[in-house]
Structures are given as C-alpha cells and as structure tokens.
Design a protein around this ligand. Structure first.
Ligand SMILES: *[C@@H]1O[C@H](CO)[C@@H](O)[C@H](O)[C@H]1NC(C)=O
Ligand SMILES: *[C@@H]1O[C@H](CO)[C@@H](O)[C@H](O)[C@H]1NC(C)=O
Ligand SMILES: *[C@@H]1O[C@H](CO)[C@@H](O)[C@H](O)[C@H]1NC(C)=O
Ligand SMILES: *[C@@H]1O[C@H](CO)[C@@H](O)[C@H](O)[C@H]1NC(C)=O
Ligand SMILES: *[C@@H]1O[C@H](CO)[C@@H](O)[C@H](O)[C@H]1NC(C)=O
Ligand SMILES: *[C@@H]1O[C@H](CO)[C@@H](O)[C@H](O)[C@H]1NC(C)=O
Ligand SMILES: *[C@@H]1O[C@H](CO)[C@@H](O)[C@H](O)[C@H]1NC(C)=O
Ligand SMILES: *[C@@H]1O[C@H](CO)[C@@H](O)[C@H](O)[C@H]1NC(C)=O
Length: 874
C-alpha cells in the first residue's frame, strides 16, 4: 500500500502528441526537420501525431479517468519562442495553448509536471549555433531566457518543473550516433560537448528558479535522467562487477555526478575518456554552480541488461532491476527524493486493447517500486506511467505503441480508447494499493484521530427518517413525526410542512408534525440523550418561521429565539458543540405564498434570517450549515425547469449568507460555515464499459456536483450538467431549463464553504440509458438508469439498500474531485419499520459504514473530521 500523497502520474511529450507542427506561428524544431527529411520509420512524422494541440481537453479527461493526480507533459520551445531566442519574439498562441492546458488540468485537480526540454530544439538554434554543441554560451543563455519566461508565465500554477528529459539520449543519439534529431554524427567528442552545455544550461535554469521564483511560487525543480540497471553477469567476478559500475557511471553518473554528487563528471569518465578524446572540463566555479541543482531525482527507467551481455532489442522486462537501481541511486547520491518520471512498455504494431503484457509489466514493476520504498527505505515520492496514449515514437514513428490509451492514427479525429492497462493503472492510482476487491472490503481495525468529532442530529420539523420525506412513500407504515412539535405555539408562524401535512391525503395516515417529539417542551430531556451518547456535537436546525413568523424581518418571535437560546446554552453546559442548520426544509408558508424558492427575493429573505441568527446565536454557535440537502428540496419539486430555478436561488442564498458571515461575524466569532449536500455513490454496472463509467459520473455530478461544483470550484454548474440540460432542452425546443450565473455571481459563489459536508446513505448501480424521448425532468436529463446493487440488504424505505463500501468510494471521489477538502459526514443512518428497541440492523449498519469511513480516513488519506449519526431519536 502506498501513502496517500504518493504522486501517481502519466506522461507525454510535446512533439510526440501535439501535432500542429507549424500551426499558429510555431517555429520549426529539429524533430520537424529530421522527420521531414524522412529519417523516421516509414518517413512518418509528428506533423499531426495525436492532435493534442487541438484535443487537450480530451487528454485531460483521459487523465482524470485514470485517477492520477499529476500529468507530466513538455513544452515545445519553438511553439513558445519560434526561433529559440526570446529577443526575436514570442508566439502568443503557443503561450496560450499551454495556459489553457494548465488551467484545464487544475480545474480537474491534476497537477502539471512540466518538462521544459523534451528534445524538440528550435531548428534555428541548430542552424545558427549547432544547437547543444555550441560552447560559446549562447545556447545556455537562450535556454535560460526561455525557462525564465516559462517560470514567469506559468509558475503561478506549475509547481513541478523538469529542466531536461534524458540528456543522455539527446547527447548520444542526437549528437553522437545521429539516430535522433538533429542527426549530428560525432560519437567521439560531440556527445560530450552536447552533454556539457546541457548540464550548464540545466544549472542556469535551476538557479534562475531558485533565486527569482522559488520564494513566491513555492515549486520544485529538477532533472530527469534515464537509467537502465546494469547487473554484473557473474556477481563473483570482479571484472563483471566493475564493468557494471562503469556502465552505470557512463550512462547515469555522467549527469548525476555533476548535479547530485560532486559537481564534476565521474572520475572514471574524466580519466578514461580523456585518454582517447578531448573531454570537456568543468571549472571550479562551474562545479559549484552544478552541485545540488535538483530538488529530486527524476528517473526514467525501462529495462536492465546483464553486463556484459548482448541484447538485441533494447527493452526486456526485468522488474527487479528497478528496485536495484533505486537502491543504487539512494546509496550513490545520498538518499535523494526520487520521482519515477517514466516507466512503461511498448508493443510493435499492436492494435489490441487487451494489453495483458502492459498490465503485467506495470503490476510487476510497480510492485518492485513498492518493495524499494517499504523494504529498502528508498525515498520514492511518485510514479509516472509512460505513456498516457500511443504517440509518435521518435525514429520508430508510429510502429511502437506505449500508451495506456490506444490512438487511431488513421482516424482524422485521432480517437483515444482505453486499453486494459488503463483500468489496471486506474485501480492502482485510485486506491494506492495492490488489493483484490475482497481484501478491499475486509474489516479494518483502527482508531479515529484525536479531535475527530462525533455527532448526532435532528431537524426542527422532523420525521422518523427523512427517507419517507424523500419518496413520499405512500404505502410505508412509518408515521410522520418531528421533534419540536409546538407547530403554532408561542407565536410560531406556519411552515410549508405544516401546510403540507395539514392537507388531508398528502401523507400516509394523514399524520403531522404538530406535536412530534415535543422537543419544543423537552429541551432538558433531549440534551440528556445527547449527553448519554458521549458525542462532541449535536446537529439541529432552526425553524425559520419560529424566529420570523412570516419569513421576513417584519417581526421577531421572541419565544422562538428564547427556545433556541436555551437549547444552545444547555448543550454548551454539557460540553457539546451546537452544529446549526439554518434551513432544513421548513420554509415559512408566507414566503411560499409569494413563490417560495422559485422567487428570487428569497435570496435576500434568507440572508436576513441568517444574519439575524449569526447576530443572535453566533457568540455560541461556531458551526453553521446554511442549507440541508438542497438536492432533495429541489428535485422533489415539479418536473421541467422548477428544480433548476429553485437550486439556482438556493445557491445564491447560500453564497450571500456565507459572505455576510465572513464579512460581519467570522472575524469576531471565529466560526465556520458551509452547506450540507446530498450524495449517493454511483457504481458503474460494467466498469469496463465506457458509457457506464461516464453515466455513473453523471449521476454523482448531477446530485452532488450540482451544488458542490459552484461552491468548491468555479462558481458554476458542472460542465456535464450544463451540457446535458442544454442539449436536452434544445431537443425539446425550449430555452435551456438551466439558469445561468452571471460572472459576478460566479465570483460571489466560488469558495463559499469552510468545509465539505455530506449526508450519505446508499449506492446504486448505473448504466447509460438514452432518455431523450422521456418527459423533461431533472432525473431524465442525465440519461442514466439506476438499479440496486445486487446482494445489498434492503432497509425499510424502498430506496435504502445497505452498501457500506459505497461510503468509502464516495469519500475518495470527492476528495479527488474537490482537491482534498475537509469533510464532515453530517448524516448517515438507517430506517427501520419495527417498533423494537432491539435494533441490531442499525448496530450493523453503523459498524459497517463507520468502518468504511475509517478506511477512507486512514488508508486513503481523506481529510474526514467528523461523523454524524442520523438520528438522535425517531
Ligand atoms: C532542415 O533544415 C535545414 C536548415 O534550416 C534546411 O536547409 C532543410 O531544408 C531542412 N530540411 C527539411 C526536410 O525541412
Ligand atoms: C521516404 O521518402 C523518401 C523520399 O521522399 C523515399 O525515397 C522513400 O521511399 C520513402 N520511404 C518510405 C519507407 O516510404
Ligand atoms: C580508466 O580509469 C581507471 C581509473 O578509474 C584506470 O585505472 C584505467 O586505467 C583507465 N583506463 C583507461 C583506458 O584509461
Ligand atoms: C537555493 O536558494 C537558497 C536560498 O537562497 C540557497 O540557500 C540555496 O543554496 C540555493 N540552492 C543552490 C543549489 O544554489
Ligand atoms: C480507425 O479510424 C478509421 C477512420 O475513421 C476507421 O475506419 C477505423 O475503423 C478505425 N479503427 C478502429 C479499430 O476503430
Ligand atoms: C386522510 O384524509 C383524507 C381526507 O380527509 C381521507 O379521505 C383519508 O381516508 C385519510 N386517510 C387516513 C389513512 O386516515
Ligand atoms: C416575489 O416576492 C415578492 C415579495 O418578496 C413579491 O412582491 C413578488 O410578487 C414575488 N414574485 C412572484 C413572481 O411571485
Ligand atoms: C473513462 O474510463 C472508461 C473506462 O476505462 C473509458 O472507457 C472511458 O472512455 C473514459 N472516459 C473518457 C472521457 O476517456
């Protein structure tokens, strides 16, 4: 099992995927020139490659789907600076392209891991100065200017920089044996001089970042080296051992010693090479400049050789080699932080999606990485799978496929399709562990952390379980109860639930909450129950119409205020923190009479009510919830556009109250405020079927994302919700049912929660179902079909199937989706219909669900800080 902040990543490079080789003012690179001269397999080129210049949003969706937290990609220098020299000018569309890509990644909670040089040197620099062979300092200066520009332009968002990718390959294949661009043949000296200017350029870039940007941008910067493991053919033969050491020094030490070691080349190279060739020297000052210029050791590793052996093709699967290599790096370079920045395997000409060879490769190699971490204490912080998708494999053209996603290179759309390895990698990156599903669902013994908040809840106008309220279950035997009762005593105004339950025929048995648990008269008794449970918090709601009988400030019902004062004081006296919900569904009837939640004026009315509560109770209440489950409030309304309109006003009302609290109260009262959202876990019926996977995502986005996306992301509805509702409305010939937030509203809404609060009860299996011909409604708009999880125990309300593991998956999903928020479960519980106090089903329910919450907290690193049982009483 990996720790939760282990960085899972997947990688590509600019030339291999972008295409658009001369689009929008991009300059020519040495790889454009090289492939246009027919130097790659079949004369293939990266002119179009995967068309990622145009399809970067699709790429981000692939990444998101892989559950990775990072994406390693490279910037094309000539796309940003066409000639390579900044004084000749920059290419704004190229700059914008990377801005867009970075923003899109961050919007999806994927951190960019940016390589500044992945082999595509501007051709002009090659023509004018012989590229990396230049020893006059011009190339070093050009690279310094380029990187400086990138730090300045992107560094506010990019926190992980890699200067060079595999300089060994650039030097050896590009300037030595001419197999790669720029195709310069100079195996004796060229290679060493090319490496020399790369090392100096790297050091310059590092110091620019370290001196000018690190303090404000707080990122890290390093270099990625490739290294094969060289195992001595016979371990007892000293000559073989020395040969293997020599091999590692020449391949890896060449760059690693200057940067991670002494600042100079390995002795064995300096002595041995200079015997035959002119070997460049590093001055004392240069050595000082080199030393220590990488915050991490970026490692690309693919294979191992027996030294001296004769391997015909370069890539053999030798999983244990990576573990030995990691140990060697740890010992040789003083235990650096290591990120594996590439690892993967190719297949020749394979069109198969069933890439078991790649699944096995990843399984075995990653398992060796895990051993290196756990058994050998190697400081590996991240792992990157090469590659996100099939792409232009340099001199091999399109004949070798490395991707987790298959790309159709004959399709003008360059369609990407996940291979088996993609779902395998996702299972690792998503769960941080190698485990079979059975093991995953085993009971976990553990202890919640100090400071974890246990809580129990009710709401003012309440029922035995909220369940019946949701479904208006006509044939259930449960009776409607509430806790407060006193529906019209001491000047309380009527709420919509009073009206509703007083209308004959609306409820099973025509029962009402008129008296309910009579909590209005039983503060002492209720507080005693809370005390006996030993919880740290009690979550209850305030009845709006008990405070403002007609919903407005026109008059205050002092008796109602006194009731809540007494409840709050009694709780504080026994050391229990009040968690107060302002709106738990009982809108004053007087407001309903002028349109209720569909009337935009409700935003101001709610704000006035919230303001009064902050002012009156906020000296003692430090934990506020504006709305409880707006999804349920809105979705149970009429079909068509009403739910969308109600939700729109609720989000605005929430944001306004949050701003009021922040501006006038938070400073002196020091409390926190958020919203409690409905959730259910949606499990794809067939996890290997893309349309089921996407349908499941749509269910969660349309229930939770509807509210969480505006509040925790960008102030706007999830893209997928907008797309579905807009398309569906258009199809039905109506204007979009989904209202639009203005830019000012988005700014007002984004970021209006101090914690992420959810109520969670159940899970369902989801498949795609085309509902375009169904009547327009919130549920039909998402084109999904839901069904029970097979084998799940049925609780009393029809919709509540007991699926404990759904809780863990849900917590993980929202942790990733919303960037590791602080989470409180503000409701979780089960309904039963029997009158017995011997409620074993509830005992089992809590045991299983809370255990899954514990796993999410301890094994997955979700920042879960509290759990609330629903409910204190029937
Ligand atoms: C490669 O670059 C050289 C120098 O700029 C140019 O003369 C040549 O035409 C280019 N080759 C191709 C195939 O573009
Ligand atoms: C590559 O292009 C060259 C020149 O255009 C041509 O002579 C050669 O046959 C091509 N090779 C292949 C494999 O298409
Ligand atoms: C290579 O270097 C080693 C010292 O590290 C030295 O013993 C050996 O003689 C050198 N070989 C050549 C050919 O220079
Ligand atoms: C990076 O900057 C810090 C703070 O100025 C300095 O202490 C450190 O030595 C620098 N690192 C290198 C490798 O120069
Ligand atoms: C690739 O795309 C081409 C052109 O659109 C199409 O004819 C072909 O069926 C696709 N191949 C696969 C395996 O999807
Ligand atoms: C509820 O009230 C309606 C109207 O008064 C009546 O017809 C119905 O029988 C009542 N139902 C029950 C279960 O009492
Ligand atoms: C909205 O509420 C206001 C009172 O707050 C009322 O004057 C107005 O008529 C209502 N609008 C609608 C469409 O009901
Ligand atoms: C998400 O993952 C599934 C399963 O691997 C895949 O089939 C589907 O196409 C992916 N969605 C996107 C947008 O790539």
């Amino acid at each position: 099992q990996y720790v939760s902040d282990f960085a899972w990543s997947s990688a590509t490079s600019a030339y291999q995927i972008e295409g658009g080789w001369n689009a929008d003012g991009k300059g020519e690179s040495i790889w454009d020139n090289f492939t246009h001269a027919g130097r790659s397999h079949n004369n293939e080129t990266g002119d179009d490659a995967c068309l990622s210049y145009y399809k970067y949003k699709d790429d981000v969706q692939l990444l998101r789907n892989l559950s990775v937290g990072y994406y390693r990609f490279s910037l094309s220098w000539p796309r940003i600076i066409p000639t390579g020299e900044i004084n000749d000018g920059i290419n704004q569309p190229g700059v914008d392209y990377y801005n867009n890509l970075i923003d899109e990644l961050l919007a999806n909670n994927i951190q960019p891991m940016v390589t500044l040089y992945h082999w595509d040197l501007p051709q002009a620099l090659q023509d004018k100065y012989e590229g990396w062979l230049d020893q006059s300092g011009i190339i070093v200066k050009a690279f310094a200017d380029y990187t400086d520009f990138c730090f300045k332009t992107y560094g506010d968002r990019v926190k992980f920089w890699i200067t060079f990718n595999e300089p060994f390959i650039t030097a050896q294949l590009g300037y030595g044996v001419a197999a790669f661009a720029p195709g310069h043949y100079s195996p004796g000296e060229g290679v060493y001089y090319a490496a020399h200017s790369i090392i100096k350029s790297h050091a310059q870039a590092y110091h620019i970042y370290n001196n000018t940007y690190r303090e404000s941008q707080k990122g890290q910067i390093g270099i990625t080296l490739n290294s094969n493991w060289a195992d001595p053919m016979t371990r007892t033969d000293l000559e073989h051992v020395e040969a293997s050491q020599r091999n590692l020094a020449f391949a890896t030490g060449w760059f690693a010693d200057p940067i991670f070691g002494t600042g100079d080349y390995p002795d064995i190279m300096r002595y041995n090479v200079s015997t035959f060739y002119l070997f460049p020297k590093l001055s004392k000052a240069e050595k000082l400049l080199n030393k220590g210029t990488s915050d991490f050791f970026g490692l690309n590793h693919y294979t191992s050789h027996l030294w001296l052996s004769s391997a015909s093709t370069w890539l053999y699967q030798v999983p244990w080699g990576i573990r030995k290599l990691l140990i060697w790096i740890k010992r040789t370079y003083g235990d650096p932080v290591i990120y594996i920045t590439e690892n993967g395997i190719s297949e020749h000409f394979s069109d198969g999606l069933d890439d078991d060879i790649r699944v096995n490769y990843y399984k075995n190699y990653i398992n060796e990485v895990l051993k290196a971490i756990k058994e050998d204490d190697v400081n590996v912080k991240g792992y990157t799978a090469w590659s996100l998708m099939d792409n232009f494999e340099w001199a091999e053209g399109y004949s070798e496929r490395f991707g987790l996603h298959w790309v159709n290179f004959t399709d003008p759309e360059r369609t990407r399709i996940p291979k088996k390895s993609a779902s395998y990698y996702r299972s690792l990156a998503g769960n941080h562990e190698f485990k079979s599903p059975r093991e995953r669902d085993e009971f976990h013994y553990g202890t919640f952390p100090e400071g974890f908040k246990w809580s129990v809840s009710t709401s003012a106008y309440q029922v035995l379980t909220k369940i019946i309220v949701r479904f208006f279950c006509q044939n259930c035997n449960l009776c409607l109860k509430q806790i407060e009762g006193g529906w019209n005593v001491d000047g309380k105004g009527e709420s919509i639930w009073d009206t509703f339950s007083h209308t004959p025929g609306k409820r099973a048995n025509n029962e009402t909450g008129d008296i309910a648990c009579d909590s209005y008269h039983k503060v002492k008794e209720d507080v005693n129950l809370v005390k006996m449970l030993g919880v740290q918090q009690y979550r209850f709601s305030i009845s709006w119409s008990r405070i403002f009988p007609d919903g407005t400030t026109s008059y205050v019902n002092q008796a109602g205020v006194d009731y809540y004062n007494s409840l709050i004081d009694s709780l504080l006296k026994i050391g229990v923190e009040p968690v107060v919900t302002l709106y738990h569904w009982d809108l004053p009837q007087a407001l309903e009479d002028v349109g209720g939640l569909l009337n935009e004026t409700v935003v101001d009315r709610f704000n006035e009510y919230a303001d009064f509560c902050f002012k009156t109770f906020g000296n003692r209440v430090k934990f506020w919830i504006t709305f409880n489950e707006p999804y349920v409030i809105t979705w149970l309304g009429s079909p068509g556009e009403a739910p969308y309109q109600a939700a729109h006003n609720i989000i605005k009302a929430h944001a306004k109250a949050y701003r009021t609290y922040k501006k006038f109260y938070k400073g002196k009262q020091g409390g926190r405020i958020g919203m409690t959202m409905s959730t259910e876990w949606a499990e794809p019926k067939d996890p290997n079927n893309p349309s089921d996977v996407e349908a499941a995502d749509r269910v969660i986005q349309s229930i939770l994302g509807w509210f969480a996306h505006p509040i925790f992301k960008n102030g706007d509805y999830p893209e997928v919700v907008k797309k579905q509702v807009n398309e569906r409305s258009q199809l039905q010939g109506t204007p979009s049912r989904l209202p639009v937030f203005t830019d000012a509203e988005k700014v007002e809404i984004a970021g209006t929660a101090d914690f992420f609060a959810i109520n969670g009860y159940t899970s369902r299996l989801v498949t795609y179902q085309d509902k375009s011909t169904w009547p327009p409604s919130y549920e039909n708009d998402r084109d999904t079909h839901e069904e029970p999880i097979p084998g799940a125990i049925q609780a009393t309300p029809d919709w509540l199937k007991i699926v404990p593991w759904g809780m863990r998956r849900l917590l993980n999903w929202l942790d990733r989706e919303y960037g590791h928020p602080t989470v409180y479960i503000t409701e979780n519980g089960v309904g039963t219909s029997d009158a017995t106090v011997d409620d074993q089903i509830r005992v089992n329910f809590y045991k299983a669900y809370i255990n899954e919450a514990l796993k999410a907290q301890q094994l997955d690193g979700v920042d879960l800080q509290g759990y609330t049982a629903w409910s204190l009483m029937d």
